[in-house]
Every structure is written in structure tokens, then in C-alpha cells.
Design a protein around this ligand. Sequence first.
Ligand code: BES
Ligand code: ZN
Ligand code: ZN
Length: 501
Amino acid sequence: MDIGIMAGGITRRKSGAIIVGFFEGMKSLGGDIATIDKALEGAVSRLVDRGEVKGKLDEVNVIHSLGRLAADRVVIMGLGKKEGLTLDRIRGAIAETCRQLRKQRVDDITTVAHGVGVDNITPENSAQVITEGALLGLYSFRRHKTKEDEHIEVKKLTIVCSKEDDIRLLEKGSGKGRILAETANLARDMVNEPANYMTPGDMAEMAGRVAKDNKLGFTVLDEKEMQKLGMGALLGVAQGSCQPPKLIIIEYKGKNADEIDLALVGKGVTFDSGGISIKPSSKMDEMKTDMAGGAAVIAAISAIARLKPEINVTAIVPAVENLPGGSALKPGDILTAMTGKTVEIISTDAEGRLILADALGYASRLKVKRIVDVATLTGACQVALGSICTGVFGNNQELVDKIIAAGDETGEPMWQMPMYDEYKEQNKSDIADIKNAGKGGAGAITAAQFLAEFAGDTPWVHLDIAGTSFGDKERKYYIKGATGVPVRTLVSLVMAISGQK
Ligand code: BES
Ligand code: ZN
Ligand code: ZN
């Protein structure tokens, strides 16, 4: 979709529709709406008087202009109450409105820069979230559809502003929004892809393309190299599948120093059948999304490469398939991880923590300053927080606070879970150093406590995205399927750490 920025009167811009915002409880019409109301000979005020236009969040009223304006339609987009307006509300409202217009076969949309002047909303960040909302909300995954259907693409979105001086700011914001949305959509593409099209090898190939396009350092470790490093936990998970495992490493260097400021580690289980501890067949198809953490960190580093902050970031993705083949890992087996710790396998379905144990071990050996891992780790986290919040766990409150703040900014809520030492008790094994699953509830926390053992003293945060990476309904700028969470938050965190907002 082409996104343009223009200065000039909204009544003169030719397009399929022009979107103006309306606040709940607004008594008198002002600004753009007043201009439009005048051109439509009071049609908007009449609809407000009759209570048809209320301005409730996500209310979309389409009025045909019948030649009274250059645009064919005017859309009155509800933004909720003015006090409490946030950038994320604008992001969500634009997404819903654009989707509705696409249903009406409108492919050329104009909008004003919403919310400017309210609270902390500037022309720049308004254009950013409008761009994000439109690109994320209009996303569709159609690669495997072979027949033509009703679907159309929106070809153009124009953001108009009244002041020439604002054009540059809007362009800057919109440019950033495009990078964030395009990379979140890249993660969505990878996650929506079925497991026969997204094997560990395919993931490595995709990562290689990202690295090449952005001139990033790129290494893939194969089975033999991982054996040499002693990555017994990762290799143990991979051994039941014919698909060879890969450890994918992408390096972004934004400053001239050897130290790595941040390692982003993402779980890349391209299919999780559960292994010998096999999952029930209902909804097992959804386990093609068990590489969403890996996809998120690959997508995030591609956004970082385009935004060029002065910071060094390395993305690490352990990619494996978890199947119950003849040589599969069995409950009761003991594996030795790269750090030398031995792990008793209670459930082969608790495989995410095993591959992350070795990826965290690898990151620690690189002497990174901080680690953030992202994983569809536990059904327990999905039960606890649903599809709204990502679970946050960590050994360093400063880093936890930074990621929560980044999530607030991007509209990807994060909720911190407790990490009391008492939970570690549940991971104690009688015959090995640790076991990969225990009894006693709090499954999301005990999984995080398992990971903590492998992160060691490095400041570390773990994001459990089991509930937030994939959705079954349209909501805000999400559609059914992969959400792209938490790509935008990871990028925002990196910008904050680098001191460049
Ligand atoms: N990939 C799953 C977690 C998951 C569940 C992700 C639902 C997305 C949606 C993970 O590997 C898993 O199976 N975890 C087990 C751990 C248990 C065996 C200790 C779980 O959560 O049940
Ligand atoms: Zn599993
Ligand atoms: Zn899994």
C-alpha cells in the first residue's frame, strides 16, 4: 500500500473515502468535522442530534457525499472520550475503519492526522500510528489461496494536514510506522505459514534473506557444530524429527564496539506435536505457531537494521521440530545442556525450555550485556493472561520495567509475574540437576524459573507469548491468526536502551 502525505483542505482531496475522528460526548462540531458538516449541508450535525453518531470507540459511520465533496464518502470514526485518548486507540480505530472500507470495496482512503494536540499526541506520532494501524489492520495471508475471490487490496492511504510545516514530521512518523508494521507483518507471515512450509531449514533461509537484505552478520549452526558445543538439550528435542535443527544467529552492529548490548532469543519450534508426550489432536494444527518467538526476533532485528540505532543487537533462534519419531526423546531420559547442567525429561512436550536452555547458554558465552527471550512457552500463561497480556518474568527489575514501558507505548500489554525462589522447588529432580516439568501449578512461572537457571547472572527477561502470538478473532489491528506480538515492543525496547526514541 502506498502511503502519501499532503497538505491542503480535506474537502478537495479526491478519493474513495475521507476519515475524520469524532469524540464521544462532543457537543459542538469543530475543526475538520465542522468543515465537512458545512459541505454536506448539516448532515453530520443531524446524525449527531439523532444519536446515530455517538463517537464511541470503534463506531464507524459511512456517509456518501453525493458530489458535495471531492471524496465519495465521509467516514466518521469514533475515538471514544477525548480525555483518555491514546495513540493505541487511534491505531486500533484506523485499522477497524480501513477494514470496513475495504469490505465496501474502497481502495483509496484519505485521513486527517487524528488526535494532534490531545495529550502527548504530535503530528509525527499520529502519522506513525495511523500508518501502523492501516498496514497491520489490512494484513491478510493469502499465499495458499489459488482461486480469485471477493478480496481487494487498499492501494493508497493519504494523510492530510493543514500546515505545510507539518509535512516533514508526518513523513518521518509514517516512515517509522511503516517499518514497524511491515516487520510485524513479516513475523505474521512466518507464523501463519504451516509447518511443511516453515521447517527449521526454511526459518534459517528466511533469516538469511533478512540478513542479506539488511547487510547483517549471519551464521547458522548445524547439528554437528551444535554437538561440538555440547548442546544436548536442543539436540535431544530435535532427535525425533527428520528435519535437521538449526541455530540461527543474526548480528546487527550499530556502533563500533565488540560488546553486544542485547541478545534477543526466540523459541523456534516449527511444529510442536508434544513428542512422545503427545498433545491431543484437537487444535494441534495451531502448534505450527510454536516458532512465533523466533519469528518475532528475526522480524525485530530487521526493523532495527532499518532504523539504525547506535547499539549492538544479536538475534538467536534455536529452530527444531518436535515429533515422536523412532529416535525421539523419551520421558525419563536425561540430557546434558551446553552449560553442563543435566536435565531429567518429565514431559517431551516441555521442549521449549530445553532448546532455550542451550540458546541462553550460547548467549551467555557471547558475554552479552542483557538477554530478552521470547517464547510460546506454556499453556499456563495463556490460561493466566488470555490473549491480552504477554507474561513477563525476569531477574532484573530495571529491564522488566523497560520492557513493560515499551509494551505500553506500542499497545502490546505486558504483565509481570512473580519469581519467588519457592517456585524453584518444583523443578528439583531426584536424579539430575533439574527436571523439565513439575507438579504444583504455576506452570508459566516454573518454566521461567527453569530458564533462569540457564540465563545465570546476565540481566534477563523472558516473555511468554503463548496467549498473545496467535488469535482467533479480529480485534483492533489484529486479524485471525498470527498477531506479530511482540515485534514492535522489542524494537521500542532497543530504541529506548540505545537512547534514541
Ligand atoms: N508450545 C507449548 C505451549 C503453548 C500452548 C503455546 C498453547 C501456545 C498455545 C509448549 O511447548 C508446551 O506444550 N508446554 C506444556 C508444558 C508442560 C508439559 C509442562 C504446557 O504448557 O502444557
Ligand atoms: Zn510442547
Ligand atoms: Zn512448544
